[in-house]
Design a protein around this ligand. Structure first.
Ligand SMILES: Nc1ncnc2c1ncn2[C@@H]1O[C@H](COP(=O)(O)OP(=O)(O)O)[C@@H](O)[C@H]1O
Ligand SMILES: [Mg+2]
Length: 167
């Protein structure tokens, strides 16, 4: 499913809709160049998961930030890992325990949103929703891709939203 978001607010609303539909164990991978709206989308996702507005992101946010909402949200940003040439990104994240969020107890009970997910796509669980964001003129083109049946259901809620609201 591909659609065009014409504003920051629209992208956040899409994230929020997905957040309302999300269930424990969902893995959402965001890809696309810097400044395309991945973080905006995750902010909406947090709202849809009822993370309080008063939440202030930690200034020490390095690669993972946990938010408390209807379900825990683990927001992982791999941007800083892309430039180290000594080790692969997968080796780097293995050493800091990201697997606990993706495959362990924490991931099973929460929702994982990963920016720059293409860097580790080969180790992501297959029931995942991938969201590719690109710049298209002044807008953003957002492509949703879910290969596994369960997570496709979450796309249904987005489709419904698109039917209700003229984007
Ligand atoms: N349609 C749109 N969707 C999302 N962000 C948009 C849109 N139009 C403009 N923007 C702006 O683009 C920037 C996206 O930033 P951010 O979400 O941090 O990007 P990323 O996390 O992909 O690097 C924000 O400043 C946002 O206001
Ligand atoms: Mg970002």
């Amino acid at each position: 499913m591909t659609l065009i978001s014409r504003s920051t607010k629209e992208t956040a609303s899409l994230g929020e809709t997905l957040g309302r539909a999300a269930v424990a164990g969902d893995v959402i991978g965001l890809t696309g160049p810097l400044g395309t709206g991945k973080s905006v989308f995750v902010r909406g996702l947090a709202k849809g998961l009822q993370v309080p507005d008063s939440y202030i992101p930690s200034p020490t946010f390095t690669f993972m930030q946990a938010y408390t909402g209807r379900l825990p949200l683990y927001h992982i940003d791999l941007y800083r890992f892309s430039e180290n040439t000594q080790q692969t990104v997968i080796e780097q994240i293995a050493s800091i325990g990201i697997g606990d969020y993706l495959f362990g107890e924490m991931g099973l009970h929460g929702v994982c949103a990963i920016e720059w997910a293409d860097l580790i796509e080969e180790i992501l669980p297959s029931p995942r929703l991938m969201i590719q964001m690109d710049i298209q003129e002044d807008n953003r083109r957002i492509t949703f891709c879910a290969k596994e049946e369960g997570i496709r259901l979450r796309l249904q809620s987005l489709r419904q939203y698109l039917g209700d609201v003229a984007l």
